[in-house]
Design a protein around this ligand. Structure first.
Ligand code: CAA
Length: 283
């Protein structure tokens, strides 16, 4: 079954990036969120990112226009009923994701593959919430989606070989590199990356160095493109905290204990770039 129309659930940082990646690769995309404001914000983010690619001569003005033409913003899940593939990129909360998958399962055709961009939740549990567990899979993209090449393709215990092959091929059609990883907490990247960010929060809280200096040492001393606290702001502090909670809860090792400062920042609403304030302040 060839994929022509892709539904993306969630128009936030990741959802809008994923919608852009599919639209820019020739797919028709329906990007869904809970209200018109959220959808509009997502559309603006895509437009801004495409503007950036035009200004860097990465794409033509015509490609920019064509990608936006292929992107339709919709409210709620019902308009996704005729999609050939749905990628869920909603907030990283298990109950919410399970409900979305239950709803999608009753809405779209039985042949449709349901993918999740979850960064840490068990795909096997998500698959079990649907009527088509063998057609559920993880497609884990990285932020900023238009720039980052990797997609972790996560097989639930139930995922069929055919669905895995199809999603592997689709990922390549997006110009991205699929890597198969096991359905294990945090998969591969976040299992390694987010504990490093968490450790940077501990280091800052202990007064080892300022946020600027923590970031500078990791840029200069480890050649990271950006420091861990700036990266936390880019990912979203709420997402980082959720990943740590999943690692801590499911692996049970105290080394995954979320930094109390990270928790406090989230409680204060300092979620990073998306709200204009995290470890740094943004325009
Ligand atoms: N849309 C389009 N293009 C973008 C973009 C966006 N949103 N953001 C950056 N770019 C492009 C820029 O236009 C620029 O292009 P050129 O190389 O052609 O000039 C290029 O990316 C680099 O950007 P900048 O020059 O603005 O800045 P930079 O060199 O500091 O790079 C960065 C920015 C790409 C974000 C880089 O700092 C980086 O790679 N950081 C690490 C990102 C990372 O680790 N992401 C993974 C997070 S984990 C995750 O997402 C998973 C999860 O589940 C939590």
């Amino acid at each position: 079954m060839s994929v022509k129309t892709v539904g993306v659930v969630g128009a936030g940082t990741m959802g809008s990036g994923i919608a852009q990646a599919f639209a820019a690769s020739g797919f028709n995309v329906k990007m869904s969120d809970i209200g018109p404001e959220q959808v509009e914000r997502g559309r603006k983010a895509v437009e801004k990112s495409l503007d950036r690619l035009v200004s860097k001569d990465k794409i033509s003005v015509a490609d920019h226009g064509a990608a936006l033409e292929r992107l339709e913003g919709v409210v709620g899940l019902d308009p996704l009923a005729d999609c050939d593939l749905v990628v869920e990129a909603a907030t990283e909360r298990e109950e919410l994701k399970l409900q979305i998958f239950r709803d999608l399962s009753g809405l779209v055709g039985e042949h449709v593959v349901l993918a999740s961009n979850t960064s840490s939740i068990s795909l096997t549990r998500i698959a079990a919430a649907t009527t088509r567990p063998e057609r559920v899979i993880g497609m884990h993209f990285f932020n900023p989606v238009p720039v980052m090449k990797l997609v972790e393709v996560v097989r639930a215990l139930q995922t069929s070989d055919a669905v895995f092959e199809q999603v592997d091929g689709l990922t390549r059609q997006l110009g991205k590199e699929p890597v198969a990883v096991k359905d294990s907490p945090g998969f591969a990247v976040n299992r390694i990356l987010v504990p490093m960010i968490n450790e940077a929060c501990f280091a800052y809280a202990e007064g080892i160095a300022s946020p600027e200096d923590i970031d500078r040492v990791m840029q200069m001393g480890a050649n990271h493109p950006m420091g861990p606290l700036a990266l936390a702001d880019l990912i979203g502090l709420d997402t980082c905290l959720e990943v740590m909670k999943v690692l801590h809860g499911s692996l049970g090792d105290p080394k995954y204990r979320p930094s109390p400062l990270l928790q406090q920042m989230v409680d204060a609403g300092y979620l990073g770039r998306k709200v204009g304030r995290g470890f740094y302040v943004y325009d």
